[in-house]
Design a protein around this ligand. Sequence first.
Ligand SMILES: Cc1cc2nc3c(=O)[nH]c(=O)nc-3n(C[C@H](O)[C@H](O)[C@H](O)COP(=O)(O)OP(=O)(O)OC[C@H]3O[C@@H](n4cnc5c(N)ncnc54)[C@H](O)[C@@H]3O)c2cc1C
Length: 451
Amino acid sequence: MPNNPDIIILGAGAAGLSAAVELAQAGLKVTILEARDRIGGRIFTKHDPVCHAPVELGAEFIHGRPPEIWKLLRKQHIRARKLKGEQWCAQEGKLCQCDFLSKVDQILEEMDDHGPDQSFLEFLERCCPNSDNDPKLQDAKAWARSYVKGFHAADPALISVHSLVRGMRADEKIDGDRPFRMKGGYQALIEIFRRQLDEADVSIEISTRAQSVSWDQADVQVTALDEANEVFTFAAPQVLITLPLGVLQANPDDKGALRFIPELPPAKLQALDQLAMGKVIRLTLRFRQRFWEKLRPSHSTKSKTLSRMQFLLSQEDWFPTWWTALPEKWPVITGWAPFYCGERLSGQSEAFVIEKGLETLGKLLRIGRQELEDLLEASYTHDWQTDPFSRGAYSYVKVGGDRAQLDLAAPLNSNLFFAGEATDVSGHHGTVHGAIASGKRAAAEILKTRN
Ligand SMILES: Cc1cc2nc3c(=O)[nH]c(=O)nc-3n(C[C@H](O)[C@H](O)[C@H](O)COP(=O)(O)OP(=O)(O)OC[C@H]3O[C@@H](n4cnc5c(N)ncnc54)[C@H](O)[C@@H]3O)c2cc1C
């Protein structure tokens, strides 16, 4: 830890790291305090030792062409590949090729943000008159509900339609519905930040969890605990907080949570209340081979196999969504259990999560449970909900929370600043590029106070 840092940053996720780079490159002495024994936060890549595939436990996709990520990749000559392959949907017990987005688009395009805000569930109930007599429209509504639960990991009865519209507009600008994957996994992005921070001489204290922030004095004081629970006090004229929404919402006595001294003002507390943390359990399974390549869902010898399957979408209870590694041909498949599915799996043993994953996959692909188990060689999962340093997967806005992200992002006293994906106001919250943008925004605010 350097003596007398100009700024202390809490959290070494994408937001904290991007802010640190900007501030250090502008000549400030920066110290980062990070609770985990690694940097990256909700970016957490492992590498399968057998097939050498990068396995993501957190973020996996680059959604479209956000400049915050692509500029860095181009500069460092790191490749990202567009996902290619087919979408398959399970319907009435059958698998068929489908165009999922065009199925739900006809519903999502009906949303607008002119009238008073409403939840997505309220919108679905009111939209599309006469849909009760139209089975196709009923079907599209059911898939739209699955989409909002799946993509936003959100409760459809809570999520704000205004925020969904803002997100869709933001996505349109960056081709957000075209997913890419980084060669080597998302860790490659963290390594870029690590190199930049080394060059700029930023000090990173890992395994150091902030416990309290006293912000009503000239120098902000941060108390933190190390692995052995020894207490340290750090001080700096300014502090940037990039902790996940779930951590900021937690009771200050809970592990990883932060106590503000004095307490945060009412506008900030209200903002915390108007945002929610989406829940997800993801499970990656590595099999002996890509056994689905030879499966013919319609059981006719002339029909198509699943060899080009990218996404497999269903409305199953435990793991409704699955995807393969295509265009890479690794024998890997990932299950996605959002919102209620994730909630039920959260806190359960890893064996239970794998059990439910295999049960769902077997049902969807019509493969016997024993056969699937015999083919399985490795599995990877992480419970972001019970993880004290994330307390959920990523944020969404609740009905009526139009101002919440703005209020959460607002600096206090010119000495306390806020970043992190939940503070993004441009419709890109809940993403890596939204987190990076929030870090850059907060760095600009800090530098402005110093001019
Ligand atoms: C399962 C999953 C899948 C996802 N998929 C995608 C995807 O495909 N594409 C995409 O763009 N985004 C995705 N996301 C979202 C994306 O990962 C996040 O939006 C982004 O990484 C958040 O960055 P951040 O810096 O705001 O927060 P974080 O990465 O959470 O960083 C905050 C840091 O603060 C630390 N911290 C917490 N408490 C303390 C404390 N008391 N003291 C010190 N440090 C503390 C944490 O350990 C963490 O390192 C996914 C997230 C999850 C969980």
